[in-house]
Design a protein around this ligand. Structure first.
Ligand code: B12
Length: 169
């Protein structure tokens, strides 16, 4: 059987591992502060795209105000913060407060990287809904995003400025 160029492209598209996601989210994956560890953020950005989400990656060394501006400009519903530098205790509160002050309280914030167990509660208290450390499986992160979409559909709180309580653990 002979294939022309277009049918081969269609075949490849059908075979692509990209998961068709009905509840696709638009997400910024950001690297706040002076943190040069970008492998995890790039892996996650790719995995979320393969999971059917639209992802904007900020690149390295963004200030909290730059991140808030990108979230505004890109009109996203979620912000994923990747932090391995140890400055999460300063940067995450600044970003979460900044989002609320900018009227972006409906944006859902989640995080990953090196966040020691002793700091997890503090990070959740800032309005972060999930923390994924080293070795996290991408299918679990995608399940978390599915759960977020369900909550948005049902009108349940999920944003950084909405009532606390629900978190993914
Ligand atoms: C590789 C590495 C480097 C590379 C980075 C290369 C790169 N381009 O990324 C290099 C050699 C450059 C480096 C440098 C340094 N490093 Co380094 N590095 C590591 C190491 C060994 C692995 C990190 C990694 O790439 N893992 C693989 C990726 C895929 O995993 P990950 O990033 O953890 O991401 C996963 C999850 O965390 C999560 N995730 C991550 N981000 C996000 C975001 C979202 C939204 C979500 C949902 C999930 C998520 O999902 C990912 C998949 O499971 C870690 C130790 C470790 N075991 O983690 C130390 C480590 C992070 N480094 C450390 C340090 C101290 C440094 C240096 C300061 C060392 C020095 N004195 O120069 C410098 C700082 C450089 C800088 N400018 O920031 C410390 C940080 C300590 C801390 N936070 O308290 C660590 C923990 C080592 C240690 N045990 O001390 N490092």
């Amino acid at each position: 059987m002979k294939y022309d160029k277009i049918s081969i492209l269609r075949l490849l598209e059908d075979m692509s591992p990209t998961r068709r996601c009905e509840d696709s989210m638009r997400i910024v994956v950001a690297k706040p502060g002076l943190d040069g560890h970008d492998r995890g953020a790039k892996v996650i950005a790719r995995a979320l795209r393969d999971g059917g989400h639209e992802v904007v990656y900020t690149g390295l060394r963004r200030t909290p105000s730059e991140i808030i501006r990108i979230v505004t400009d890109e009109d996203v519903s979620a912000l994923g913060l990747s932090t391995l530098s140890g400055a999460h205790d300063v940067l995450i509160p600044k970003i979460c407060d900044g989002l609320r002050e900018a009227g972006l309280g409906d944006v859902m914030v989640f995080a990953g990287g090196i966040i020691p167990n002793r700091d997890r509660e503090f990070v959740f208290e800032q309005g972060v809904r999930a923390i994924f450390g080293p070795g996290s499986r991408t299918d679990e992160i995608l399940s978390f995003l599915d759960a977020c979409s369900d909550r948005i559909e049902k009108g349940e709180p999920i944003g950084v400025g909405q009532s606390a309580g629900w978190r993914w653990e």
